[in-house]
Design a protein around this ligand. Structure first.
Ligand code: NDP
Length: 300
């Protein structure tokens, strides 16, 4: 069996970002306005700091107006809510992203629900969740990781996924559930698996498309996957890598890549697969939000 096509998420993300940069420049020329993204970070979680820095840099590289709000870990819930309210009103800001997780004393859902749905570029507000679930994707803002995963699938398999069997392993609100909604809208036959699923290997085996979003290193074994299937590995897991030296680590996905790569049709690597697409889709959502808030058609 030939080796799988390795889906180059970095390259595809770069092409999406180039397109957004071009469209943002056109918007600036036509209206004098830039898409504006505000990212809010509460506390000093090192991983969150890296994510926020990357998002801020990406927004600047796309020619956006980018604002970063870094608040101390002990900032009160009331102050975070006040900042979100202020950003809701700010005409230069079209996208608001509150980096999760928030410190324990802040009610995450209260903060996310306060974000104006039109500016909710993470797509976590119940209004956007509802629109996506109701099949009204055209007026929703869709969570970035599943939206990016769908772009990777379409660039690999073509625009029509209709009739394919898809299995999504994981049912989180951030990845699994919206991914399943998107695939259902593409007319896939969708199975959502989770920690209580019986005989997961048999369920995975029936799938033409496998999306793994579990958060368990290399849990989906190569021989579970049907030959020729397309695999999107959302998982990002850091594991010890003694071969690189004492105390060193490396990133792996939720799929045992080395076992799968010799018989699946196509597979995303970790890193360099879904990860870069998440940020690219955040930029896409911000541009979409900006055009909608300016009452401009979206597809230009
Ligand atoms: P969650 O922890 O919120 O959800 C994990 C899901 O996996 C749950 O639905 C859980 O089931 C299910 N699960 C856990 N163990 C098993 C098992 N043994 N068999 C089957 N299902 C299982 O994680 P997220 O969805 O937030 O993230 C998943 C992964 O994706 C993580 O590695 C995360 O780092 C990565 N990620 C990557 C992003 C990117 O940009 N590439 C962005 C977001 C996440 P149950 O509901 O029953 O508990």
């Amino acid at each position: 069996m030939p080796q799988a096509q390795i889906i180059d998420g970095k390259e595809i993300a770069n092409s999406v970002r180039d397109d957004i940069t071009h469209r943002a420049a056109q918007l600036l020329e036509a209206t004098g306005k830039r898409p504006g993204l505000a990212v809010v970070l509460v506390g000093e979680d090192p991983a969150s700091q890296v994510y926020v820095r990357n998002k801020d840099r990406a927004a600047e590289a796309c020619g956006f107006h980018s604002v970063k709000h870094t608040l101390a870990a002990d900032t009160s819930e009331a102050d975070v809510l006040a900042l979100v309210s202020q950003l809701n009103e700010d005409e230069e800001i079209h996208g608001i992203l509150v980096q999760l997780p928030l410190p324990g004393h802040i009610d995450e859902s209260k903060v996310l629900r306060l974000i104006r749905p039109e500016k909710d570029v993470d797509g976590f507000h119940p209004v956007n969740v509802g629109l996506l679930t109701a099949g009204e994707r055209a007026s929703a803002l869709v969570p970035c990781t599943p939206a990016g995963s769908l772009v990777l699938l379409k660039r690999t398999l073509g625009d029509t996924l209709s009739g394919l069997n898809a299995v999504v392993v994981g049912r989180s609100n951030i990845v699994g559930k919206p991914m399943a909604s998107l695939l259902l809208q593409e007319s896939c036959t969708v199975t959502i698996a989770h920690s209580r699923t019986k005989d997961l290997p048999a369920i995975v085996k029936a799938a033409d498309i496998v999306v793994a979003a579990v958060g368990r290193p290399e849990m989906v074994k190569g021989d579970w996957i049907k030959p020729g299937a397309t695999v999107i590995d959302v998982g990002i897991n850091r594991i010890p890598a003694p071969e690189k030296g004492e105390g060193k680590t490396r990133l792996v996905g939720d799929v045992a890549f080395d076992q799968a790569v010799d018989h699946v049709g196509a597979i995303t690597p970790v890193p360099g697969g879904v990860g870069p697409m998440t940020i690219a889709m955040l930029m896409a959502n911000t541009l979409t939000a900006a055009r909608r808030l300016m009452n401009l058609p979206e597809d230009q």
